[in-house]
Design a binder for this molecule. Structure first.
Ligand SMILES: N[C@@H](CCC(=O)N[C@@H](CS)C(=O)NCC(=O)O)C(=O)O
Length: 238
């Protein structure tokens, strides 16, 4: 049985990591039986990030590498039916979402002083109370440095919001108003984009990212459409 190792739920979101949720959607759509196991501390993952997939003695860390692995395992089912142009467009949009917009979502949780207590509670509750402030503070300093190195962290708050808005707008304009990127069934790239938006929009309480996303109703409709089509939601549904 395949085992997908993911972050535990947090902020009222069942599968809080977009990369973990995308992979859960993909495995479900492929009809492959799998278990999910939670790991509280991503530093214990093979590459220090989640998700990773265990298939017998094989361990695959990174959601994109997992998709590649599953594509081989299923003789091409992951990208089946996609033209080269559809794959190229899907990858470009997914990169925009995961490698750019994602960071503004992360910043809206980790670097907003008013939201920060939710991060401490959601991600560090397992650390014994006397050490929690230290551990979370160190992780926050590391995150701030990463955001600086990525580049977005060098901009004013208004400029960061501008970058996020342009990403939201581009996704909304590029995604189909009905159906999915490569037809009437959602595929890997739909899962990735929808997973990115889902968790960061449904997190409680709302972040500034959540508030901005509400101005892009077609993008939110698409996110709902992908989740309902595959029957996997980021949020709790019952
Ligand atoms: N490129 C990786 C990104 C995974 C990733 O960033 N996961 C986050 C959770 S959303 C994580 O584990 N972060 C822990 C850390 O960076 O310390 C993938 O696609 O799997």
């Amino acid at each position: 049985m395949l085992k997908l190792v993911v972050l535990p739920s947090a902020f009222g979101v069942r599968n809080v990591s977009p990369f973990c949720l995308k992979t859960e959607m993909l495995l479900t759509a492929l009809g492959l039986p799998f278990d999910m196991e939670e790991l509280q501390d991503p530093r214990k993952a093979p590459k220090g990030k989640l998700p990773f997939l265990l298939d017998g003695d094989t361990c695959v860390a990174d959601s994109e590498l997992i998709a590649e692995y599953l594509d081989q395992k299923t003789d091409g089912a992951v990208y089946a039916g996609m033209s080269a142009a559809q794959k190229a467009q899907g990858l470009a949009l997914l990169r925009l979402a995961e490698e750019h917009l994602y960071w503004t979502g992360v910043a809206s949780r980790w670097l907003d002083d008013s939201w920060w207590p939710n991060v401490v509670q959601g991600f560090f509750h397992f650390v014994p109370a006397p050490l929690r402030g230290l551990a979370s503070g160190m992780a926050r300093r590391q995150l701030r440095k990463t955001y600086q190195l990525q580049g977005l962290g060098r901009h004013s708050f208004e400029e960061q919001q501008g970058f996020a808005r342009r990403d939201f707008q581009a996704l909304q304009d590029a995604l189909p108003a009905s159906g999915f990127l490569a037809g009437d069934k959602p595929g890997y790239f739909d899962f990735g984009i929808a997973a990115l938006i889902a968790g960061m929009v449904d997190n409680q309480p709302p972040t500034w990212f959540t508030e901005l996303a509400r101005d892009y109703p077609l993008l939110l409709d698409y996110t709902e459409r992908v989740q309902s089509s595959v029957g996997v939601y980021g949020r709790f549904t019952e």
